[in-house]
Design a protein around this ligand. Sequence first.
Ligand code: SF4
Length: 337
Amino acid sequence: MLPFSYQKPANVDGAIALGRNDRREPTRANAQFIAGGTNMLDYMKLGVTRPAELIDLNGLEESELRSVTVSDRQIRLGALSRMAEVEDNKDIQQRAPVLTDSLRLAASRQIRNMASIGGNVLQRTRCEYFRETSWPCNRRNPGSGCAALEGFNRQHAVLGGSDACIATYHGDFAQALVALDAIVEVAGHGGKRRIAFADLHRLPADTPEIETNLQADDVITAITIPIEPWMTRSRYLKIRDRQSYAFALASVAVALDVADGRVRDVRIGLGGLATVPWRAREAEEALKGQTLNEEMATKAAASAFAGAKSRQHNAFKIALGQQTLVRALLETNDMRV
Ligand code: SF4
């Protein structure tokens, strides 16, 4: 591991100032914020990430960064709250079980005890060619090429890829957040602002090394989720090679509003299949106003993958993704709420 310096600011303004100053001085470039560290330290040990300076957010004094509040209309998660705390919150489980499900099926309990909510949504891909620094990788080393395009790409994305990068976004919680129209609260040198969760991550296009729309000194302070009463009918289905501690081959977050046998509203997030947390809006539109049965779910699933593009080893993901979506829709429809 390369040597790095370490700072622990006392409040958000201090963190922003450190982040901004560090990036203005070439000798101290490449400073990184750290909270739970479960992703960052992993990649530092592998040599994938080489920050000259770590800015530790765990000492920030603002209590709202650690609080979790639940009302009838909104859930607000402080960015430093841990995944396990949110997972254990009974009010969240009652109002939007898709959030709880997606956390329970992520990583291990030990990791969820450490990982912060803000850090979790910023986790980086597990593409094996990204993790192993001897391979060309446009995301890690811009302009070097993409070893996955002609390599072993079984785990890679069929939605949202480009000729520069087809790395999958591997998180689970983010699929529920994108489905429920979550908002990311951010503080930066220009003040506070709110970003739609769907706009947080960037498609790789020609610049896969730029993964989010955050500025270098932006600190995520909270994630808010607007809640509707019908979101009690929601769930997260994850398909993986083994039933524990594995990333999704395909996953689906669904929230469903059904009245008089017809779909009034539906939200769908797809995981393990795309380069970013993926909202399946075509499938949502196909379902609205319809009676949800297997035939209708199959049609909607086909529309969700109409633009999918497979490579040599991942074509199975298109069929798997469709089947996972059909099953998730039908099981959510059958939930007793
Ligand atoms: Fe790198 Fe993306 Fe290619 Fe993986 S898929 S090797 S992350 S450029």
